[in-house]
Design a protein around this ligand. Sequence first.
Ligand code: S3P
Length: 174
Amino acid sequence: MRIYLIGFMGSGKSTLGRYLSERLGLPLNDLDSTFEERYRISIADFFGKYDETIFRNIERNLLHETIHHADALIPTGGGTPCFFDNMEFIKLSGYSVYLQWPVNGLVERLQVLRKKRPLLKNLTDKEFPGWVQEQLSVREFFYKQADLVVDASRLDPEVLASLLKERMRLAAGV
Ligand code: S3P
């Protein structure tokens, strides 16, 4: 089964992805890491050199490539579901999990990561919380289409792993 993790920057997709991949025995395909390994450039540097449109096109291609493997745990980038018909593609291709956080939780978590995220690094301290709130409200239209919405601020990864294991068992018809 393909499992897509979606959610805002800083929601913990990559960390949870590593855990679930091991726990469920599914190969990990973190789209941001795949991008950085394949093009040998950090996403931050890529945004510094090229237009965001180019990034979004490559990101879509990487998403489409996930169809070639029947089993995978796929943490996406925060923007992945929100461009083109990517969310539709995700829904047709596998099981999607939205790691939902309240806006203040995201603002707090992103404070430490801010300088490494190209979309955040030019925002002032004053602009930052409002920007997150606004972006989240736009993006949640897409995120909320996930098959499963979990409250990531109270998430027990072990419980989620058991739930997904059961899903995989059902999907395999055993
Ligand atoms: C982005 C999120 C990033 C990365 C890029 C754009 C976004 O991924 O794909 O910087 O548009 O929200 P993370 O969600 O892993 O930070």
